[in-house]
Write a protein that binds this ligand. Structure first.
Ligand code: NAD
Length: 508
C-alpha cells in the first residue's frame, strides 16, 4: 500500500515511474482482472496517465458476487454484533482522517475537482462512516399490541448481497453513501466505481481491509458498466442494487433487476430550479447562484442549473452574475488558487460543448463563457469556461436536458405561480432552491416544488443526517439519514403467542 501511495505522489510531481496496477478486492484478496486487461486512468487536467487499473469483466463480477453471497450465508458477518460492525466503521473513519490529504490529492488528480472540494469530500466521507457506525447500535424496530393475546414485533434485517454502482463526479463520497449504510445494516456488498475514477475507491478498500472487515463482506470490482455493472444488475444472486448515475442507465438497471425482482434504489439526474424573488438578499442570492452551478465544474446531480429570476431584478442580476462568473479562476485542481477544475474526460467535454452549440442554435443568448479554454497550460486538459445563457424558452433542450457541466440557463418569471410552473416543468425532480425575504412565501413555494432536496436562502449544503433523493425521473428511494439505512434492510414481523394453546380451527 505504501508503495502505491508514493507512486501517486511521485507521478503527480512529474516522476517517470509508471504507477502500479490498481487491483480489485474480491473475497479478501487483491486480484487482477481475469482477462489480464488494464485501463489507463487519466488526470483530467492534462489527460496524462496517473494509474493503470484492472479492467474487470463479467467473470470478475460473478466472482465478487459469489464471494459476497458466501460471506452473507456462510460467514460470520450476519452474526457479528452491531457494536462490532460499528467499531469497524469507526475504524475506517479514523484511518481516513489520518490519510486525509493523500485521499484529497488523489481525488483531485483523478476527477480534476479543486483540492478544496476534494478535502471537503474526504471530511464528509469520514463523517458518513461515523454517522452509520453510530446508527448500528441505536434502537430499531417496533412492537404492537394486537387484538389476540399476542405480541407483534417488527425487526429490521439485512437484505443480503447488495450491488452498488456509482458515477465519477464524487467517487469517494458516493462510495461512502453506499458502503457505510449497507455494511452498518449487516449486508455484504459488491461495489463498482466508475471506470474513469477507481483511484480513491481502491484506497478506501485498502482501509476496509486494514480496519478488519472479514473477507468477502466488502468486494470491489473495477470495469465498465455494460459488462460489470450489467452483470451486477441482472444477477440472480444479488438481492439489492443501489445505483447512482444517469437516468438512461438507471432505466436499464431497473429493467435488468426484474430477473429476480431485486430491490432497487436509484439516484439519477436532475435539472434543478433555483428561484430568486425580487426581495431576496442580493449578495446571498448571487453567491449561491454561482455556487449552485459552478461548484465541482457543474458536474453535480443536484446543481442549480436553471436560475429562475423575477423580472424586476433579472437584468441587473444577470449583469452582476456574468461579471463574477467570468472572474472564477479555472485551472488545475491541484493549484490551491483554483476555484473550478477541468471536466472529467475529453468525451464529456465534447458533450458539454455540444450543448452550448445547441443553445446558440436554439436562439438563447450567451452572456458569459461558451468556449473551451485551450491556451497553454490548459491545452491538454478538459477546461470549459463558466457559461450562462439568457433569453431562453421552457421548451429549449438546454432548459430541459441535463448538461452536467458549468452551464447555467436563466428563465424569467412575473409572479409566484409562474415561478412554480417553470420550476416544475421538467422530467426531473431532484433538487431546488428559493431565495426570498418573505418566510411564508419561501415555504409556500418549496412545498409546491416537486423535488426531494430543497433549500431556502441557500443552495447545495448536504447532510449525512437528512434523506437524499429525487421525485419523478430523478430516482427511486433515498440515501443518507435513517431513510438511507432502512433502504438496506428487510422488514420482518414476528408474532408471539402469549397464550400457548391450540387454535381449535379444525375440529377433527
Ligand atoms: P452513468 O450512468 O453513465 O454511469 C454511472 C455508473 O453506472 C458507472 O459506474 C458506469 O460504469 C455504470 N454503468 C453504465 N452503464 C451501465 C449499465 N448498462 N449497467 C450497469 N451499470 C452501468 O453516469 P455518469 O456519466 O458516470 O455520471 C453522471 C450522471 O450521474 C448524471 O446524470 C448525474 O446527474 C448522475 N448523478 C446522480 C446523483 C444523485 O445523487 N442523484 C449523484 C451523482 C451523479
Amino acid at each position: 500500500m505504501a508503495e502505491r501511495e508514493f507512486q501517486f505522489r511521485n507521478f503527480a510531481q512529474g516522476g517517470e515511474r509508471v504507477p502500479k496496477e490498481l487491483q480489485m478486492f474480491i473475497g479478501g484478496q487483491w486480484v487482477k482482472a481475469a482477462s489480464g486487461a488494464v485501463r489507463d486512468i487519466l488526470n483530467p487536467a492534462d489527460n496524462g496517465t496517473i494509474a493503470l487499473a484492472a479492467e474487470g469483466g463479467e467473470r470478475d463480477a460473478q466472482k465478487a458476487i459469489a464471494a459476497a453471497k458466501e460471506a452473507f450465508y456462510e460467514g460470520p458477518w450476519v452474526e457479528t454484533p452491531p457494536a462490532e460492525r460499528a467499531r469497524l466503521l469507526f475504524a475506517v473513519a479514523d484511518l481516513l482522517a489520518e490519510r486525509g490529504s493523500d485521499f484529497a490529492g488523489s481525488e483531485t488528480l483523478n476527477t480534476g475537482k479543486p483540492l478544496r472540494e476534494a478535502v471537503y469530500d474526504v471530511n464528509d466521507t469520514a463523517a458518513c462512516f461515523r454517522y452509520y457506525a453510530g446508527i448500528c447500535t441505536k434502537p430499531h424496530g417496533q412492537t404492537y399490541d394486537v387484538s389476540d393475546p399476542m405480541q407483534t414485533m417488527v425487526v429490521r434485517e439485512p437484505i443480503g448481497v447488495c450491488g452498488q454502482i456509482v458515477p465519477w463526479n464524487y467517487p469517494l463520497l458516493m462510495a461512502a453513501w453506499k458502503l457505510a449504510p449497507a455494511l452498518a445494516a449487516g449486508n455484504t456488498v459488491v461495489f463498482k466505481p466508475s471506470e474513469l475514477t477507481p483511484v480513491t475507491a481502491v484506497m478506501l478498500f485498502e482501509l476496509l481491509e486494514k480496519a478488519g472487515f472479514p473477507g468477502g463482506v466488502a468486494n470491489l470490482v473495477l470495469g465498465p458498466g455494460n459488462t460489470v455493472g450489467q452483470a451486477i444488475a441482472s444477477s440472480l444472486d444479488v438481492d439489492k442494487v443501489a445505483f447512482t448515475g444517469g437516468t438512461k442507465t438507471g432505466r436499464s438497471i431497473l429493467e435488468a433487476s426484474v430477473s429476480n425482482i431485486k430491490q432497487v434504489s436509484l439516484e439519477l439526474g436532475g435539472k434543478s430550479p433555483n428561484i430568486v424573488f425580487d426581495d431576496a438578499d442580493w449578495e446571498t442570492a448571487i453567491d449561491y447562484a454561482l455556487f449552485g452551478i459552478f461548484a465541482n465544474q457543474g458536474e453535480v446531480c443536484s446543481a442549480g442549473s436553471r436560475l429562475i429570476l423575477h423580472e424586476k431584478i433579472h437584468d441587473h442580476f444577470i449583469e452582476e452574475l456574468a461579471r463574477r462568473a467570468s472572474k472564477i479562476r479555472v485551472g488545475n485542481g491541484m493549484d490551491p488558487e483554483t476555484e473550478m477544475g477541468p471536466l472529467i474526460s475529453r468525451e464529456h467535454t465534447e458533450k458539454v460543448l455540444h450543448y452550448i452549440e445547441i443553445g446558440r442554435q436554439e436562439g438563447a443568448r450567451l452572456i458569459c463563457g461558451g468556449h473551451r479554454i485551450s491556451a497553454p497550460p490548459y491545452d491538454q486538459g478538459n477546461f470549459v469556461e463558466p457559461t450562462i445563457f439568457i433569453d431562453t424558452t421552457p421548451e429549449m433542450r438546454i432548459v430541459q436536458e441535463e448538461i452536467f457541466g458549468p452551464v447555467l440557463v436563466v428563465q424569467k418569471f412575473k409572479d409566484e405561480d409562474e415561478a412554480v410552473r417553470l420550476a416544475n416543468n421538467s422530467i426531473y425532480g431532484l433538487a431546488g432552491g428559493v431565495f426570498t425575504g418573505d418566510g411564508a412565501r419561501a415555504l409556500r413555494v418549496i412545498r409546491r416544488l416537486r423535488a426531494g432536496i430543497t433549500w431556502i436562502n441557500c443552495y447545495n449544503p448536504t447532510y449525512n443526517e437528512a434523506p437524499w433523493g429525487g421525485y419523478k425521473q430523478s430516482g427511486l428511494g433515498r440515501e443518507l439519514g435513517t431513510f438511507g439505512y432502512e433502504e438496506y434492510t428487510e422488514v420482518k414481523q414476528i408474532n408471539i403467542n402469549l397464550s400457548v394453546a391450540p387454535s381449535g380451527w379444525f375440529k377433527g
